[in-house]
Design a protein around this ligand. Structure first.
Ligand SMILES: Nc1ncnc2c1ncn2[C@@H]1O[C@H](COP(=O)(O)OP(=O)(O)OP(=O)(O)O)[C@@H](O)[C@H]1O
Length: 369
């Protein structure tokens, strides 16, 4: 396994005129040895480009990539010793499941006893033990992709295992199980895993560290909890969550007061807010309603409420602004047209200036002694 450092940018264009010509803007990222990472972002944000630069299928147009401190920018995929699992199964139909799993080890001339031991272990983890002697050709797409996963994980000596949306062909009910399994396998095998997905649930269940990407940039790297609790950018607030964070335009005044569309939100004590235009962010999970107004609350008109499984999702309007709140599943929902009071200011409220998080006093670094 290896510690992988990327200090690079990439453009597929021959001549670069503006930021829009970069698939990856300049970045400086380290994947620690043995970590489980997800690259998460919408289509076209640069996830696959980053994965292919790590594997060596693409050479970065600018900068360097290092494996354990050694410059590997021009090294071939074989020299980098990377295993890769793609969206669709890459297996040999004429071989049995066991032979497919053993193939990457046989290729490297691993002794037969070690192959048997490792194949047995991987098959057990992926619940393929009963099918080891079966021909791969006769299996369903799900099982074939499990073999691909197994082939990616079977070698203990790889620098990293890269996954490019590996659960695309998997049945929804099996996806959940495989996501959990991959996490468990990561803990048991200690491999460095890097997993590309545009599905936040997949990223958040699998990875210890998630890199949220947008338009060729890593907007935030953090634990799933960081991304949920302290999105550092409005894009992350909106992209993570179901639905994402409510983002409302507010105004900070010189006296510390905060205003939304002519309504006072009081003086939030939790953050030293700059004067001027800001964005207030609050997740639907943290919005509480009351029938009475009070400091930090604003009146909103309910448009509709619908059941979404574990909660009820309330939609309301504050003037022209739409806002969403999760209500407990057993709460008596307010009727459409009712006026409710939403507590926008609280410990989970975040503030953004020019899309970037305004750090509150509690999160500022201590001044030097
Ligand atoms: N071989 C290529 N030649 C030119 N441009 C490319 C090439 N591959 C990707 N791009 C462009 O680079 C940008 C990043 O693409 P990339 O495939 O890395 O994004 P992605 O996040 O993996 O998207 P998706 O989830 O759709 O696969 C996009 O604008 C894409 O059109």
């Amino acid at each position: 396994m290896a510690r992988i450092e990327l200090q690079l940018a990439h453009s597929y264009a021959r001549t670069v005129r503006s930021d829009a010509d970069y698939a990856l803007l300049p970045l400086d990222i380290t994947f620690e040895d043995g970590g489980a990472y997800a690259l998460l972002g919408p289509s076209g944000c640069g996830k696959t480009t980053m994965l292919n630069i790590i594997s060596g299928l693409v050479t970065a147009s600018h900068g360097v990539i290092r494996f354990d401190g050694v410059d590997c920018t021009r090294a071939t995929p074989q020299e980098r010793n990377i295993a890769q699992v793609f969206q669709f199964p890459v297996i040999y139909d004429t071989m049995t499941v066991g032979e497919n799993l053993a193939f990457p080890l046989r290729n490297r001339k691993v002794p037969a006893a070690q192959i048997r031991e490792r194949v047995g272990r991987i098959a057990e983890m992926l619940e393929l033990s009963a099918q080891l002697d079966q021909r791969a050709a006769n299996l369903a797409a799900d099982a074939k992709q499990k073999i691909s996963l197994g082939r990616g994980l079977v070698r203990p000596d790889v620098s990293a295992v890269l996954f490019d949306e590996p659960l695309t062909v998997i049945d929804p009910h099996l996806k959940w199980e495989l996501r959990r399994k991959l996490k468990q396998i990561h803990h048991e095998l200690g491999l460095t895993l890097i997993y590309v997905t545009h599905d936040q649930v997949e990223a958040m269940t699998f990875a210890d560290q998630v890199l949220v990407m947008a338009r060729g940039r890593v907007v935030q790297q953090g634990t799933p909890e960081d991304l949920f609790e302290r999105p550092r950018h409005t894009f992350v607030g909106h992209f993570i969550g179901s639905p994402g964070m409510n983002l409302l335009p507010v105004e900070g005044r010189a006296d510390g007061g905060l205003w939304l569309d002519g309504l006072s939100l009081g003086r939030p004590a939790s953050a030293a807010l700059p004067a001027g235009p800001l964005t207030l962010g609050i997740r639907p999970e943290y919005l509480s309603l009351s029938s009475e107004g009070g400091a930090g609350t604003v009146p909103a008109t309910v448009t509709h409420v619908r059941h979404v499984g574990t909660s009820q999702l309330l939609s309301a309007r504050i003037g022209a602004l739409e806002i969403k709140a999760h209500l407990p599943v057993d709460a008596v929902p307010p009727a459409p047209g009712a006026v409710v009071h939403l507590a926008l200011v609280g410990p989970h409220t975040r503030y953004y200036r020019n899309e970037e998080l305004v750090e509150g006093p509690a999160h500022r670094p201590a001044p030097a002694a």
